[in-house]
Design a protein around this ligand. Structure first.
Ligand code: ADP
Length: 423
């Protein structure tokens, strides 16, 4: 005769084994759920997993619409999905509503005799509901929705074990839904930021371009006027000139900042004679040099030296070097620019007879925002971006920048660029 305790133990062990295997299934399926980052496929997966875990014919996920406070079907098993998805479920007098409001699961063995059962869904889908289990999805003690499973397969009865399994799933589903919502919010914020960034870039490009042309005219005319005037009028014109120069330096900084972000993405190469680059640089700075009565020596060979280059980016590098030459060189002194072909490379040197750079600082002047004099004691304008941009632009062209300088005597910056490949 078998010991009654032994058969009880055996029964217990069998129960536990069933529970463990149910839990294993939950864990496996929860892993599937957690691998989804987008809300809609996630909800569809939750529904599938819910029917598998509870061996039911159909399942659905309803979420509480934060604005209206109503429950809405967000995902439903495929056979009835399209017809009931738009249906809103009232909080009062419905099974899901009761579950959401009381934050407690329900097991209803005979749905048709329950006054809270809503026939609309069956009417709309042709589905026949017999039994329902419904569990709340809770996040930080707040109900965010309800998961329902309908009709046990093979005519079995719904059990409280099914409720427990579905509740476990709902707990994990709530976390996964929250994560998916956060990811979606983050993505939206990121997209908005990108759009704003693009707007900012476009705005700066257009503003800089539109400001440059009239400003060059102002600088040109003011320079001419200054030649023809004397005394008090000349002093006033000097003030206008200084202001216009400050504006130009601001616009240059704006363009530099813009270039910091855009980088290599937009490199537009063409075959470009360095003579044209030299000319473009001089055109940009000749009036500010004239305002300081500096002379610009230009030395370029007649034979064209051609490089494969982005005209805008290398012109920006030239303008930065030339503006520095003007800025760090005194009134009436000389600055210059020289181009030559040397050791199979194109070399453009911008030199000046200005303040020079202390040898221990030379390694740092190409760092972003580095300036030899700190801005508190500065005599010169600028943001400390010019040279870092020069180096970036030149490196984009597989070239390099060299600098030689002697304090009190002047500096020379040389851009070394590969020659254009023969066509
Ligand atoms: P910014 O000119 O706006 O200060 P840059 O990056 O162009 O920034 O230059 C960094 C620093 O390097 C300058 O502040 C200055 O101290 C030094 N520098 C650059 N060019 C020259 C030059 N031609 N002569 C003397 N010092 C220079």
């Amino acid at each position: 005769m078998q010991d009654p305790r032994e058969s009880m133990y055996k029964e217990r062990i069998r129960e536990m084994e069933t529970r463990i295997s149910a839990l294993e299934r939950v864990i496996k399926l929860v892993q599937v759920i957690n691998s989804k980052l987008e809300l809609s496929p996630l909800l569809d997966t939750i529904v599938q997993v819910a029917t598998q875990l509870t061996d039911t014919e159909s399942a659905s996920v309803m979420l509480i619409d934060k604005e209206t406070g109503e429950l809405r079907f967000e995902a439903v098993s495929s056979q009835i999905s399209a017809t009931i998805k738009p249906v809103a479920v009232p909080m009062e007098g419905s099974i899901a509503g009761a579950v959401a409001q009381e934050a407690k699961p329900l097991l209803i063995r005979d749905a048709r005799s329950d006054p809270r059962w809503c026939q609309n869904v069956d009417q709309a889908s042709g589905f026949v509901t017999r039994s329902i289990i419904a569990v709340p999805m809770t996040l930080h003690e707040e109900v965010i929705g309800v998961v329902e499973a309908v009709n046990k397969r093979y005519g079995e009865e719904m059990s409280w074990d099914d409720v427990e399994t579905l509740s476990k799933l709902a707990a994990q589903a709530a976390i996964a839904i929250n994560n998916a919502r956060l990811v979606a919010e983050l993505q939206q914020a990121y997209d908005e930021l990108n759009e704003l960034d693009q707007l900012k870039s476009d705005f700066i490009s257009i503003a800089a371009h539109e400001l440059r042309t009239p400003l060059s005219l102002i600088l040109g005319y003011v320079n001419f006027l200054r030649e023809d005037t004397s005394g008090r009028a000349r002093e006033q014109i000097e003030v206008v000139l200084q202001s216009a120069m400050r504006l130009k330096s601001l616009i240059d900084d704006m363009v530099n900042l813009q270039e910091v972000d855009s980088g290599a993405a937009a490199l537009e190469l063409e075959r470009l004679p360095v003579q044209e680059l030299v000319q473009a640089g001089i055109t940009e700075i000749k009036y500010i040099a004239a305002a300081k009565e500096q002379t610009i020596s230009v030395s370029v060979p007649e034979q064209l030296i051609v490089v494969d280059a982005d005209r805008g980016k290398l012109t920006l590098a030239m303008v930065n070097l030339l503006s520095n030459a003007v800025k760090f060189t005194g009134h009436g002194q000389r600055i210059g620019i020289r181009a030559e072909e040397r050791n199979g490379t194109a070399q453009i040197t911008v030199w000046d007879t200005g303040v020079g750079i202390p040898p221990e600082q030379i390694d740092r002047i190409f760092d972003r925002f580095y300036q030899v004099e700190t801005s508190l004691v500065r005599r010169f304008e600028g943001m400390g971006l010019g040279l870092s941009i020069v180096r970036e632009m030149v490196e984009l062209h597989h070239g390099q920048v060299q600098v030689q300088s002697q304090p009190g005597k002047g500096s020379a910056f040389t851009l070394i660029l590969p020659l254009a490949q023969p066509a």
